[in-house]
Design a protein around this ligand. Structure first.
Ligand code: TTP
Ligand code: MG
Length: 362
């Protein structure tokens, strides 16, 4: 019996809920996010309807830029309570289709339907039934990917959006997704993809046709094993948004040991910014900030502090680092190296949506 996973993802979720509740938005570009204030507003697009996406709008785009690209759009503020209520109802429906249910956040979930579908054809019929029930009951559409692993199912979902179904069987992986850019793989973002491009891995096919030892040579054993597994449908485990990474860190050894704390703080600010650029790109959140400081003679100290919930906050992280550095200033030795580590990581949209839940509860 083949392993068959369904990945269900709601289409432009927040915008769909708003459209459901206000017929005036039908067929129009709708943007849920910050107030554009005629083009000078701050903040970002949370989601854009598919009509708005035709103008190039997407989640995370500065609202001022969105307004320039699509001034005729309707711009509304989010109503999280409504989205959470809709999400709960959707998830309750999904759970009735499989005991093996795994949430992927507010608007997506994985269902292992191997137990009730003997073939991918049967799974497709089930996917149609799920789409119909969600549409009929909640009034919004979703897209469904069907695959032999969570990650392949998730990649499949994105191929036919909105309101689509895409099937990848173990035999059609290369046919269906071979031509996709490598960034179609969850965990490879717009910036990380350059790393793979530089190694000649631009499409999924480039990975598919590379023997594992070649991949190990190119990108190292850990990433190679992960990537090889993804494209060959090996490893059905939960989708990892960040290669199963537990922390992300950067450090800097000074060319000359220094006691100039203004200079040291400038370097730390720079490291902190780079780390945050990277986690923003990947959608990673962290709870713990660690400072590492090595003095002349190699004595090394680490100091950590944790937030009560996962965050992605460059300014707060830097404030914590500054306080921790202060405690070392009385040491008269010069500093050889500083580093920052962000750990207790939660990846991808899931934790982002947790913070939205926290936000609403607060
Ligand atoms: P997504 O599933 O990433 O996006 P979507 O549902 O809006 O669109 P798609 O049809 O491509 O699936 O995210 C689900 C919701 O999470 C989205 O409606 C708004 C919210 N969200 C944010 O608040 N910030 C973000 O950066 C992203 C990507 C999503
Ligand atoms: Mg979605």
């Amino acid at each position: 019996m083949p392993v068959i996973i369904l990945h269900v993802d709601l289409d432009c979720f927040y915008a769909s809920v708003e459209k459901r509740d206000n017929l005036a938005y039908a067929g129009k570009p709708l943007v849920v996010g910050a107030d554009p204030k005629g083009g000078i507003g701050r903040g970002v697009v949370l989601t854009a309807s598919y009509e708005a996406r035709k103008f190039g709008l997407h989640s995370g785009m500065p609202i001022s830029r969105a307004f320039k690209l699509c001034p005729q759009g309707t711009y509304i503020r989010p109503n999280f309570a409504k989205y959470i209520a809709a999400s709960k109802r959707v998830m309750a429906i999904l759970k009735t289709y499989s005991a093996s249910y795994q949430s992927g956040g507010l608007d997506e979930a994985y269902l292992d339907v191997s137990g009730r579908c003997a073939s991918f054809t049967e799974a497709e019929a089930l996917a149609n039934a799920i789409k119909a029930e969600i549409h009929g009951t909640i009034g919004i559409t979703c897209s469904i990917g069907i695959g032999p692993t969570n990650v392949l199912a998730k990649i499949a979902t994105d191929l036919h959006k909105p309101d689509g179904i895409t099937i990848i069987t173990p035999d059609t992986i290369q046919d269906v997704i071979g031509g996709c850019d490598i960034s179609a793989i969850p965990g490879i973002g717009k910036k990380t993809k350059q790393f793979y491009y530089d190694k000649g891995l631009m499409t999924i096919n480039d990975v598919f046709t590379s023997p594992l030892p070649d991949l190990v040579f190119l990108i190292g054993p850990r990433a190679a094993k992960w990537l090889h597994g993804v494209v060959h449908g090996i490893g059905g485990g939960p989708v990892s948004e960040h290669h199963g990474r537990k922390s992300i860190s950067k450090e800097r050894t000074f060319s000359e040991d220094t006691a100039d704390y203004d200079f040291i703080m400038t370097k730390l600010r720079d490291l902190n910014k780079k780390l945050h650029d990277s986690i923003r790109e990947k959608g990673i959140f962290y709870k713990t900030v660690t400072l590492k400081i090595r003095f002349q003679g190699f004595e090394t100290f680490v100091r950590s502090q944790s937030f009560t919930r996962a965050v992605q906050d460059e300014a707060k992280a830097f404030a914590i680092i500054a306080i921790m550095v202060d405690a070392f200033k009385k040491d008269t030795r010069k500093v050889r190296l500083v580093g920052i580590k962000l750990s207790n990581i939660e990846g991808g949209s899931r934790s982002m949506q947790k913070t939205i839940l926290d936000f609403v509860k607060a």
